[in-house]
Design a protein. Structure first.
Length: 319
């Protein structure tokens, strides 16, 4: 099951440009001055490849990106370490969507505005299906991350996942809504959910580690390994014959930005599993890296010294 040579491929079908703006005492319907904090490429698979690169693990990042933003995405992926996040994104002749996050430090709240995404054409679908077909080698890990854009139906998404599995790839799903529902019966390798997605599937809130553990066991009964993250409460992981809950004991005041924590968790998990083959160690590292991410302004900036410090504060418990 364990192989250090296993190739990791991240697939982001609906990427974005994230704009982070600070507006003090923000209110709807008023003219207000804001301060731009950051602008950077985003998307679950993009963030996953970038964090893997920071941890020292190579991956290939594919999916769609607007023609004008391709250079920006390639630079963003290569910044942590040249050659570790290899961009094989496919151009589309439309702009990449933009997401705006308005941070209000006075009232300690954030407002999120999300665009839908570019319209995918039949030709685009042929190209991405061909690309995934080439990547889906025996036991490669294909991570299908995030939402799907207009023009790509859930039926076609299911076919992509199914073909990858039939080709022998290990498929990791980190998606939500209709794409997740359309693929939940497939024999995927692993499912990662946050508490919001888990609650939608369960039909009731998932807020504690024990509730997350129950959810992972439910998902594991369908054949997949499963991880459910519940914010500051930590996470749960279930693999064949084993299960854990865990958290990192940091002060809540250290948390700055939770965007990208889920992808950071997956990155830590995969990085350590490929290194050691030990799921307990991998779970610990996933929790550690996710928590480091939560204490940074820009997601994916994983500081080695902080990572070492937080690893000592990570507590996991076998169940």
């Amino acid at each position: 099951m364990f192989a250090t040579a296993t190739e990791i491929v991240t697939i982001t079908l609906n990427p974005a440009i994230d704009r982070l703006i600070e507006v003090r005492d923000f209110a709807v319907g008023r003219h207000q001055m804001g301060r731009r904090i950051d602008v950077y490429p985003a998307g679950k698979g993009i963030r996953l490849s970038r964090v893997l690169a920071r941890l020292g693990t190579r991956s290939i990042a594919t999916g769609f990106v607007g023609d004008r933003e391709l250079d920006l995405f390639e630079s963003f992926l290569s910044a942590p370490a040249a050659g570790r996040a290899v961009s094989q994104m496919l151009r589309v002749n439309q702009p990449t969507r933009e997401n705006v996050t308005i941070v209000d430090p006075i009232n300690d709240r954030s407002t999120y505005v999300r665009e839908e995404g570019f319209q995918i054409t039949p030709k685009d679908l042929e190209r991405i299906q061909g690309k995934i077909g080439l990547m889906a080698r025996d036991e490669a890990i294909l991570c299908f991350c995030g939402s799907i854009p207009p023009g790509l139906s859930v039926e076609v998404f299911r076919e992509m996942v199914q073909r990858a599995i039939h080709a022998g790839a290990r498929v990791l799903l980190d998606t939500f809504g209709e794409p997740l529902e359309a693929t939940r019966d497939l024999p995927v390798w692993m499912i990662r959910m946050n508490r919001t997605t888990a609650a939608q599937v369960a039909g009731h809130p998932i807020t504690t580690r024990d509730e997350a553990l129950e959810m992972t066991r439910f998902l594991a009964r369908k054949g997949a390994m499963a991880a459910v993250t519940v914010g500051a409460e930590g996470a749960a992981l279930t693999v064949p014959g084993l299960a854990w809950v865990g958290h990192v004991g940091i002060h809540p005041g250290l948390v700055i930005n939770t965007v990208g924590c889920g992808e950071s968790f997956v990155a830590g998990l995969l990085h350590e599993w490929r290194r050691s083959g030990d799921w307990a160690s991998a779970f610990r590292e996933g929790l550690t890296v996710a928590t480091v991410n939560a204490t940074t302004v820009r997601s994916g900036e994983i500081d080695a010294e902080t990572r070492e410090e937080f690893r000592k504060l990570t507590v996991i418990e076998a169940r």
